[in-house]
Design a protein around this ligand. Structure first.
Ligand SMILES: C[S@@+](CC[C@H](N)C(=O)[O-])C[C@H]1O[C@@H](n2cnc3c(N)ncnc32)[C@H](O)[C@@H]1O
Length: 205
C-alpha cells in the first residue's frame, strides 16, 4: 500500500475527525515573523497551512494523500484564503533550492530509510535566514501510551534531529510533555525543533 492511499483511508474515516486547529507551538513561534513563502510538508488536512495563509503567508501544502489535499482545499476555501496544494511523495521530492522562508514539518515522521533525505531537502528548500519548524512524537512517549506512529524507529529523538538539517542552526530542540500519563487520553510527548538557515549550520544553543 502506498503512503498516500494509507492516509487517504484514514482521512476518509468519518469516525476520526482531524483537528482544524493549528499546532499551538507553530502559532507561538511564527507569530512575529514577517510573512513570506511557506511550505507545509505532510500537510494532511491543512490545519497549519490554512492558519499560515490566514495570517499572510504564501503557502504551499505538500502531501501524498489526495484526500488530505482535497480537505485542505476545502478548508482554505471556507476560510477565504489561498493554499497551493501539491500532490507529491516527499521521499521523491526535489524542491528548487532556497525557495521558502518557512518550512513546516508537523507530525510527518518519515520512514528511517528516507528521513535523512527528507530532512536534507527541507533544509535546501530554505532561503538563508528562513526558519525551520519540526514537531513530532518522541520515541520515549510510547512507553506511556502517547499517540504517534507505533514503530519507535519512525518517532523522533534528539539524535535523529540534531545535526540532520544541513545549514540549519537549531535554536530550540525541546521535549514537550502534555497531560498526565496516568490520566490516559491527553498525554503526549513531542519533540520540537526550531531553527534558522545560516551559512555554516550549527547545533542547538
Ligand atoms: C499525522 S499526518 C500530519 C498532518 C499535519 N501535518 C498535521 O500536523 O496535522 C501525516 C501526514 O504526512 C503525510 N505523509 C506521510 N508520508 C508522506 C510522504 N512520503 N510524502 C508525502 N506526504 C506524506 C500523510 O499523507 C499525512 O497527511
Amino acid at each position: 500500500m502506498s503512503v498516500g492511499s494509507d492516509w487517504d483511508r484514514r482521512f476518509s474515516d468519518p469516525s476520526h475527525p482531524w483537528s482544524t486547529e493549528p499546532d499551538r507551538l507553530l502559532v507561538d513561534l511564527v507569530d512575529g515573523l514577517e510573512p513570506g513563502r511557506a511550505v507545509d510538508l505532510g500537510a494532511g488536512t491543512g490545519r497549519n497551512s490554512v492558519w499560515l495563509a490566514s495570517v499572510g503567508w504564501d503557502v504551499t501544502a505538500v502531501d501524498a494523500s489526495s484526500v488530505g489535499l482535497e480537505k485542505t482545499r476545502e478548508a482554505a476555501e471556507a476560510a477565504g484564503v489561498e493554499v497551493k496544494a501539491v500532490h507529491q511523495d516527499l521521499y521523491r521530492w526535489s524542491p528548487a533550492p532556497a525557495t521558502f522562508d518557512l518550512v513546516v514539518m508537523a507530525n510527518l515522521h518519515p520512514e528511517p530509510a528516507h528521513r535523512e533525505q527528507v530532512f536534507a531537502r527541507s533544509s535546501e528548500a530554505l532561503v538563508e535566514g528562513g526558519h525551520l519548524f519540526v514537531v513530532g512524537h518522541h520515541a520515549d512517549g510510547i512507553a506511556k501510551g502517547a499517540p504517534g506512529p507505533p514503530d519507535p524507529a519512525r518517532r523522533y529523538t534528539e539524535d535523529r534531529l540534531d545535526g540532520h538539517f544541513p545549514g540549519v542552526r537549531l535554536d530550540r530542540l525541546e521535549r514537550i510533555e502534555t497531560g498526565a500519563a496516568d490520566e490516559g487520553g491527553s498525554y503526549d510527548l513531542v519533540l520540537l525543533a526550531w531553527g534558522v538557515k545560516v551559512a555554516g549550520g550549527g547545533s542547538p544553543a
